[in-house]
Design a protein around this ligand. Structure first.
Ligand SMILES: C[S@@+](CC[C@H](N)C(=O)[O-])C[C@H]1O[C@@H](n2cnc3c(N)ncnc32)[C@H](O)[C@@H]1O
Length: 213
């Protein structure tokens, strides 16, 4: 039993030794805990809302570009957005052959440099804007026509954004459709450039949903 003001030297010695040991144990515990926190690998949390694959650059053949823009009936009053514009061939064609204003978006700086070069080479700088960004970040509200050559999962992920576009906005997609949304037209065209058949899907906002019976 320990008493305040204890004069017994042996008990006093044991009490001091006990307190010192307790202090040492606490210090070690805090030290080891801190080391564990600092040396643990950083915890990884996967992106919650972006399970979207990367889309490689595969250019649309030029004759198919023309078919896409014709199918959307692009004209001088249109503003065409190409989502993932690659080397800029669709926006250049929209401006050069159909008189439209056009915006190309690509997140890859190499593609953006190629697009800018293409725009300059074809003298359509007054009509075409190239933006380096993720297409999911872009305000699409000025668009009257959207063109895309992405992947089915990317098209599906884009659906909520596309549904918000103003009524009458036309959308054309090369080779890939959108799940659950009925296209107004589907065109199959043989390309003399790629020597294969390409499919072009065409929708107009608001979308007609397929029934899920
Ligand atoms: C299949 S290519 C199509 C290029 C062009 N639209 C065409 O039809 O010739 C897809 C392009 O989308 C770009 N891309 C992929 N994911 C993107 C994203 N999240 N934001 C912006 N660009 C993207 C790629 O860098 C690539 O240039």
């Amino acid at each position: 039993m320990e008493l305040a003001g204890d004069k017994n030297p042996v008990r006093k010695w044991w009490r001091s030794a006990g307190l010192a040991l307790l202090g040492l144990l606490i210090a070690c515990g805090v030290g080891v805990g801190t080391w564990c926190v600092l040396s643990a690998p950083p915890s990884y949390s996967p992106p919650q809302n972006r399970p979207i694959p990367d889309v490689p650059f595969v250019p649309t053949p030029h004759d198919i570009v023309m078919e896409m823009l014709k199918l959307a009936e692009v004209g001088p009053n249109d503003v065409v957005y190409d989502l993932g514009c690659g080397d800029g061939r669709i926006v250049v064609a929209a401006a050069k052959h159909f008189g439209a204003k056009a915006v190309g978006v690509d997140k890859n700086p190499q593609r953006v440099a190629e697009s800018l070069e293409n725009v300059k080479k074809n003298g359509v700088q007054d009509k075409v804007t190239i933006i380096q960004d993720d297409l999911f970040n872009i305000d699409l509200s000025p668009a009257t026509v959207i063109t895309m050559y992405l992947l089915p999962s990317v098209n599906n992920a884009l659906l909520p954004k596309l549904e918000k576009l103003k009524p009458g906005t036309r959308i054309v997609s090369h080779d890939f459709d959108i799940d659950g949304v009925r296209p107004k037209k589907v065109l199959r065209v043989q390309s003399s450039e790629s020597h294969r058949e390409h499919t072009i899907y065409f929708w107009v906002v608001p979308f007609e949903k397929e029934s899920t019976r």
